[in-house]
Design a protein around this ligand. Structure first.
Ligand SMILES: Cc1cc2nc3c(=O)[nH]c(=O)nc-3n(C[C@H](O)[C@H](O)[C@H](O)COP(=O)(O)OP(=O)(O)OC[C@H]3O[C@@H](n4cnc5c(N)ncnc54)[C@H](O)[C@@H]3O)c2cc1C
Length: 390
């Protein structure tokens, strides 16, 4: 089989990138180990994705946003960051921006289903499901990919969108810094007595964090970050005990709380590849940068990178240049590294500061919240990063 571009991984980023390229003259293949049934109708995974204004704009331009049930999109109007038991919070409000919301909260499975539907309907994209990559070889002129069903794909450009443990990245010999936090993220949905008023909370309690994110109706997405040796106990906790525990830790701000459905857990590590390109090869999405979820940047950054890479390729095509050459792909690398590195290191620093039990860290985080609240340029900078309005 011959294609211009082959994308390994039909996750939300791989599918969005395929759609980004589908208006060019290129023919595109996207392969995934999952079945077409599970890609078309992804199972619940407990992830609620906070999307910035820029991501909404990009998804709308791809026609993906329009495929998401608008009744399932929740607006985040305010966000509060709380340190320990202190009632003081760093407060962000959409009224300080030109928008009617800080961001949007959408179930991951709905984003994936919408991206799959749009890619499936494009004539330029062939989706090959139920197969993985056995091996691949890239020379000066082409990439040859051997699939697990023994078929072989030849293409000009291979894209790795196979997630944060990307085996394609590893096979390509691209080093990646991996930071293992030794923690686990536990997510679930909870119903509550009082309305959340579209406020998102990030509470840094000692040894754990608790995020409470407003979903549609009187429901919130609960995100607990906890040392991995304590995660099992939470996963096995009886519903009644769990409900009481979360309600108490959240100071009953939402009244009584009841878990709906089950809990999901994810091991917590972040990763950043040293570079995102090679000749006829590029990394996108979590395969390039896997973010700690606390600042909700993973998919947002993946979308931004897909847009940058697609633009670089389109420019090369219109100038009749080899779009898969290392010179062209290095433009994507430079641009995207400039976006990802400050966010990646900034997020990891924040996580270390808010998880540390050292006295200096405790003092610093109290100061950071007050400084952030009272010094408008800093607040504006943080809000700009979180919402990506411009
Ligand atoms: C609890 C949690 C909360 C999050 N919250 C947010 C948030 O609020 N905002 C945000 O922006 N991001 C958030 N994220 C991050 C976001 O979910 C990821 O950044 C996003 O899913 C990355 O998409 P991807 O397509 O790059 O990779 P993945 O979603 O990992 O998809 C990779 C795909 O590649 C396929 N694959 C892998 N290997 C192979 C192979 N060898 N052959 C064929 N197919 C292969 C897999 O089957 C999969 O379909 C969160 C993550 C977690 C865990």
């Amino acid at each position: 089989m011959n294609f211009d571009v082959t994308i390994v991984g039909a996750g939300p980023v791989g599918l969005s990138f395929a759609r980004a390229l589908s208006d060019t003259s290129l023919n595109i293949a996207i392969i995934d180990r999952q079945t077409s049934k599970s890609l078309a109708n992804p199972p619940e995974d407990g992830r609620e994705i906070a999307l910035t204004h820029l991501s909404k704009k990009i998804l709308t331009s791809f026609g993906i946003w329009q495929e998401i049930d608008q009744n399932e999109i929740s607006l985040i109007k305010e966000a509060k960051v709380i340190n320990g038991a202190s009632p003081y919070s760093l407060h962000f409000n959409h009224q300080d921006t030109s928008e009617n919301t800080l961001g949007h909260l959408i179930p991951n499975r709905l984003i994936r289903a919408a991206a799959y539907k749009v890619a499936k309907e494009s004539k330029a994209i062939k989706i090959i499901t139920g197969v993985g990559v056995d091996s691949f070889n890239i020379d000066a002129n082409k990439a040859e990919i051997k699939l697990s069903n023994k078929e072989i794909i030849h293409c000009s450009l291979m894209i790795a969108a196979d997630g944060r443990l990307s085996s394609s990245r590893r096979s390509m010999g691209i080093p990646s810094e991996v930071k293992d936090f030794g923690k686990t993220v536990i997510v679930c949905k909870m119903e509550h007595e009082k309305p959340h008023s579209n406020i998102a909370y990030e509470c840094f309690h000692y040894g754990r964090t608790l995020a409470v994110l407003p979903m549609v109706g009187n429901y919130s997405s609960i995100v607990i970050t906890i040392s991995s040796d304590q995660a099992d106990a939470i996963m096995k906790m009886k519903d009644q005990t769990f409900n009481q525990d979360i309600q108490t830790r959240f100071n009953s701000r939402l009244g009584g709380m009841m878990i709906v459905g089950k809990k999901y857990s994810y091991p917590l590590y972040a990763s950043h590849a040293s570079h995102f390109h090679a000749n006829r090869f590029a990394l996108i999405g979590d395969a390039s940068v896997g973010m700690h979820p606390v600042t909700a940047h993973g998919f947002n950054l993946g979308l931004r990178g897909s847009k940058t890479l697609a633009t670089v390729i389109e420019e090369a095509l219109s100038n009749k240049l080899d779009f898969a050459s290392v010179e062209i792909l290095s433009k994507y690398n430079q641009k995207h590294q400039r976006s990802t590195r400050p966010l990646y290191y900034g997020t990891n620093l924040l996580v270390d500061l808010y998880n540390s039990e050292r006295l200096t860290a405790k003092v610093l985080r109290r100061l950071a919240l007050r400084f952030g609240n009272n010094f408008w340029p800093v607040k504006k900078l943080i809000m700009g990063q979180l919402t990506e309005v411009q």
